[in-house]
Design a protein around this ligand. Structure first.
Ligand SMILES: Cc1cc2nc3c(=O)[nH]c(=O)nc-3n(C[C@H](O)[C@H](O)[C@H](O)COP(=O)(O)OP(=O)(O)OC[C@H]3O[C@@H](n4cnc5c(N)ncnc54)[C@H](O)[C@@H]3O)c2cc1C
Length: 360
């Protein structure tokens, strides 16, 4: 559909954040146009590992220290509520399976135990797993199960969210890069581009650091070992199986850490080799790899999202910087920035203030 007149708000970015923001604004009665340089879910939202995880991108006990105990608890609870909402909206694009955060050695086991203790101490559901099964047995030392997490078919989910936004009155323009804030014709602009450089953020440009993630999907396997999202080595490795049995595995950025701080969206032989070796070791045999892809996410040094007004720009807002943890945070932060624009600012935004990046 097309708006019959000028937009009140132009949302930039057709990923989970932009679609969630546009939907929330339209439901609040604003006239909204969403633009993407490519297409809906063409960025990280359609290229990611499909883990819908509660919380922030650092462990709960670490976030308790960095944000304060009350704020961390609120963030975890709010993201759990967000997954509840996503479950209702996503249909078969979301499976509420929980997730398994795995320890590769005793040091990581101790870290997971500290997170587990902090979670259960604050009444947040978590389970400790000592007896790992199947290919995990003997290879990993323990795991922390997060029972409220989920597995996503991310592109399908975001397209559904976009369809809801259209139903609510949003005009979507694909293959329509916004070149400058002035091109929005005086409308409020919300920049929802996470790791993809938008060139719209003024002094903030580049401070949400573009970071590449690479992913493979294998041939379908008969065995279903990893239905639940699995992730270890502080999230550097992550994998799960799709309902048709393919192992989807991503990560191993640390095999060429510096080179992966880039916005060049292409796979590299070194990371692909690490991923292919890893899935073969999990299966105990070489596996055919049917799909390989790369995407860009936005990394922030304090591991907190960046949501609020763009410093020095009266009419521009931003929501992004999820540090590789944007499936749920993106959905939530799209709502939070929209609510702030209509004057219903959530106190969590005190912790996500964009201007902090200028002083870091
Ligand atoms: C390989 C990989 C694996 C990941 N795995 C997970 C995971 O398992 N779980 C998890 O929670 N998170 C994961 N993430 C992170 C997550 O995917 C992202 O944080 C999230 O999708 C960001 O969504 P977004 O809507 O903010 O941005 P995106 O989905 O990246 O969308 C940004 C859009 O902005 C558009 N754009 C940029 N500039 C302009 C402009 N000037 N004008 C118009 N359009 C513009 C781009 O074309 C792009 O489509 C992963 C990321 C990657 C790359």
């Amino acid at each position: 559909m097309r708006l019959d007149g000028p937009a009140d708000v132009v949302v930039v970015g057709g990923g989970v954040t932009g679609c969630s923001c546009a939907l929330t604004l339209a439901r609040a009665g604003l006239r909204v146009r969403l633009q993407d340089a490519r297409e809906i879910a063409g960025g990280a939202s359609g290229r990611n590992g499909g883990f819908a995880l509660r919380g922030g991108s650092a462990p709960y006990d670490v976030m308790r220290t960095s944000m304060g105990a009350d704020a961390a608890l609120r963030l975890w609870r709010t993201t759990e509520d967000a997954i509840d909402e996503m479950e209702v909206l996503a249909g078969d694009a979301l499976r509420r399976l929980g997730s398994l955060r795995i320890a590769v050695d005793d040091e990581e086991r101790d870290e997971l135990r500290a997170e587990y203790d902090a979670l259960v101490g604050d009444g947040i559901a978590a389970e400790w797993v000592d007896d790992l099964q199947g290919p995990l047995r003997g290879r990993f030392t323990a795991a922390l199960r997060h029972p409220t997490d989920a597995a996503l078919q991310p592109a399908r989910w975001v397209r559904r969210l976009a369809a809801l936004a259209v139903e609510a009155g949003v005009e979507i323009r694909e293959h329509a890069r916004l070149g400058s804030l002035d091109d929005a014709g005086g409308a409020i602009v919300v920049v929802c581009t996470d790791g993809y450089p938008s060139r719209l953020l003024g002094e903030l440009d580049g401070l949400i650091v573009p970071t590449r993630g690479q992913v493979i999907a294998t041939e379908p396997l008969e065995e279903l070992w990893f239905e639940v999202p699995h992730y270890g080595r502080h999230g550097f490795d992550y994998w799960h199986q799709t309902p048709d049995g393919r192992i989807v595995a991503g990560g191993f950025r640390d095999t060429s850490l510096e080179a992966e701080f880039t916005d060049v969206e292409e796979t590299t032989p070194v990371v692909l080799a690490a991923l292919e070796g890893f899935v073969a070791s999990l299966a105990g045999r070489p596996l055919r790899v049917d799909y390989r892809w790369a995407g860009i996410f936005g990394l922030v040094l304090d591991f907190l999202p960046v949501v609020g007004r763009v410093p020095g720009e009266e009419r521009a807002w931003v929501a992004g910087g999820y540090s590789g943890h944007g499936n749920v945070l993106g959905y939530l932060c799209g709502q939070l920035v929209a609510r702030a624009i209509v004057g219903d600012r959530d106190p969590l935004l005190d912790h996500f203030e964009p201007a902090r990046l200028l002083n870091a």
